[in-house]
Design a protein around this ligand. Sequence first.
Ligand code: RET
Length: 277
Amino acid sequence: MLETPAAETPGVVLSSGPQAELFGQIAGNPSLSASLWLNIALAGLSILLFIYMGRNVDDPRAQLIFVATMMVPLVSISSYTGLVSGLTVSMISVPYPGGGSEEVLIMWGRYLTWTLSTPMILIALGLLAGSNLTKIFTAVVTDIGMCITGLAAAMTTSSVLLRWFWYVISCAFFVAVLYILLVEWPADAEMAGTDEIFGTLKLLTVTLWLGYPIFWALGSEGLAVLTTTQTSWAYSILDIGAKYFFAYLLLRWVTDHEGIIGNLASDSLGSATPADD
Ligand code: RET
């Protein structure tokens, strides 16, 4: 029952089976492991820091931004724990456009957990911009559509064409998210008086988020220009900026400007235009 390929790993008791094999494969690749453990460490530190930063926040809207933003490192630590443990990764036979296919280690847990973390980022940004419920809802559902169809793209092995068709659908959802981020919310943020910080976070978000489909296409799930380890590092580095750095900038601003957040139209979540009181 406890005989195992990687049982030599100090302090780790393994059972046998496919999950233990995947665990051993990741643990046996120091660079790949480091790309995952680095995020577990940074997510853990971020959680502690954000709890500390939020200790005196009283305004309900500012608190809501805090809760949504805090969820990002919480989801992330769970996501990366799933990946290092071998729970949310699989060996998949990926078909390539040039013909032929290859058995590749796919970290599909990333796409699954993005369906939880990225809506939190968008909810926090929408609240910061003083946006209304309709736009926040639209951003969230199109973003979930993007992540789920991205998961479908990564997991489709039957046809290379359908694999990339999923990718195109996911990109179409992404365009809707980008439209809200680049057109709708900047106008809302201007009215709300949060345009300066919103502008900074929008730039950071749009730039880093564009990296994800690019690395998907170049990585082992797409055209295999990059190896699995390189792809994992690319996502991990994008995650550091798009999650922890983003969250830190946002929460630091919220704690310093709680009054502005508190003055945002109290009913703006339910109305089409912010009230002017
Ligand atoms: C995929 C592949 C299919 C096409 C597109 C993608 C976009 C992914 C994005 C992910 C952002 C993730 C973040 C995670 C933070 O927790 C699924 C890679 C468009 C934009 C910010």
